[in-house]
Write a protein that binds this ligand. Sequence first.
Ligand code: FES
Length: 143
Amino acid sequence: MAYSEKVMDHFANPRNVGEMKDFSGVGEVGNPKCGDIMRMYIKVEGEVITDVSFMTFGCGAAIATSSMATELIKGKPISEALKLTNKAVMEALDGLPPVKVHCSVLAEQAIKAAVSDYYRRQGIDPAPIVGELPECEECACAL
Ligand code: FES
């Protein structure tokens, strides 16, 4: 399976890339399968994610899914961002080759990690709100 045009576009022109200085939460996750790393920053105002950015030391699929994921959660309430699954991100990109599905889990995990960090900074236990970080079902890697 080849990469879709949308994947190629988000890989070549990733949205919302870079470090954020005045973030409300930051999360970093790693993919033990390939060693790739993703960091996600969020800015939260009144429970709404007003800005988001990411940096990744990762593959093209990780870049494309993170880019799309940031577009999908920007301007949305935290509660909605937490519902974003890697499958929804892949659908928005018109699919990923099966061997790259685990890369999309990194984006979903990074969002949840950033939201958890935000709640911790507020003195709130994130576990009941954010839950466990999702695991990659497709490739059964340790994600
Ligand atoms: Fe590592 Fe894609 S191969 S995230």
